[in-house]
Design a protein around this ligand. Structure first.
Ligand code: ASP
Length: 324
């Protein structure tokens, strides 16, 4: 069977150019326009014009619809690989959601650009070409969802946007990139550790709270009042909270909220052996679940998926414990 690549265009700066009436760059380019600049490739490419949105405009509903569309494509034996053009601001979250919930071995490659088509040094075509090469590479089968930017291949679970404007904004600070694209060759030196969760919907009532020194527990109390089902606390260092947060954490768990502890550090796992109050050890003893090496934004998505799949606290604990 002849296989094809599929380009799913969602918007982002890669699809933007300056527009005088709007006062700045807005999404003007379609998937077809993006492809036109690249010339002929070895495989046919189908274009899906999914949306034309800055990634800050994506709702959870749109994200889940994208996931469902990608799942359909991933199960089509005629599809060799999927490339998604996407805004860089939330690219790591979409990539991780797809990595966690899309079944099958079809590679899913997200890319974008940091500079708009009307800017000098527009990085869209080079990133798109590299992404298409990864999606077509035989060794990319089973790799899950990855982000390809500036010729680097990053695992969805690890990658994060580290810089607001540099074309080299994407890094995998914990374990480094999986590989590189050099000319027409794709080199993958690591296989990503992946986990799949089967789920039909996202539980949207999950809140992410980032801690700062001396902060009161008002946001945690707010989560309780708003009827949240889960809370991810991006805690300090290896997973610590101020002592005055412990009563709220205990209350939230007693009321049935699933409380997950991530870290506001850019890399590393949570967990400690401290004896003082507010330590990760005390949080775990109180029933909070360590996110292991997942960032706060990705732990939030994982909790939305786990709760959406109908898991209770113990099931969520087990899903996070299986974190590779
Ligand atoms: N604001 C843009 C977005 O996320 C940034 C980008 O695509 O680079 O849609």
């Amino acid at each position: 069977m002849e296989q094809r690549l599929v380009l799913v265009a969602t918007g982002g700066t890669i699809a933007m150019a300056a527009d005088v009436r709007a006062g700045g760059a807005v999404p003007l380019l379609r998937g077809e326009d993006l492809l036109r600049s690249l010339g002929e490739g070895a495989l046919p490419i189908e274009v899906v014009e999914f949306s034309h949105l800055p990634s800050a405009h994506l709702t959870l509903e749109t994200l889940w619809a994208l996931r469902n569309r990608v799942q359909e494509l991933a199960l089509d034996p005629g599809v060799r690989g999927i490339v998604i053009t996407h805004g860089t601001d939330t690219m790591e979250e979409t990539a991780y959601l797809l990595d966690l919930t899309v079944e099958g071995d079809t590679p899913i490659v997200l890319t974008g650009s940091m500079r708009a088509a009307s800017d000098p040094g527009y990085d869209g075509p080079a990133n798109l070409l590299a992404a298409l090469r990864v999606a077509a590479a035989p060794e990319a089968r089973g790799i899950g969802a990855v982000v390809v930017m500036e010729d680097e291949v990053h695992a969805a679970r690890e990658v994060t946007k580290m810089h607001t404007s540099s074309p080299g904004a994407f890094r995998s600070p914990y374990w480094g990139p999986l590989g590189r694209v050099e000319g027409e060759r794709v080199y993958l030196r690591q296989r990503p550790a992946r986990q799949a969760l089967v789920c039909e919907r996202l539980e949207e009532r999950v809140m992410l709270i980032r801690l700062a020194v001396g902060m009161d527990d008002g946001l945690l109390r707010y989560a309780l009042e708003r009827g949240m089902r889960g809370v991810v606390i991006e805690a300090l260092g290896g997973g610590r909270v101020p002592p005055w947060w412990m009563p709220g954490v205990r209350e939230a768990i007693a009321e049935g909220l699933v409380v997950v502890i991530a870290s506001r550090c850019v890399a590393g796992r949570v967990g400690d052996r401290y004896g003082y109050t507010g330590s990760c050890r005390e949080l775990e003893a109180a029933g909070a679940i360590p996110a292991n090496g997942l960032s706060g934004v990705k732990a939030r998505l994982k909790l939305m998926v786990a709760l959406g799949a109908g898991l209770r606290a113990d099931g969520c604990r087990e899903a996070f414990a299986r974190e590779p």
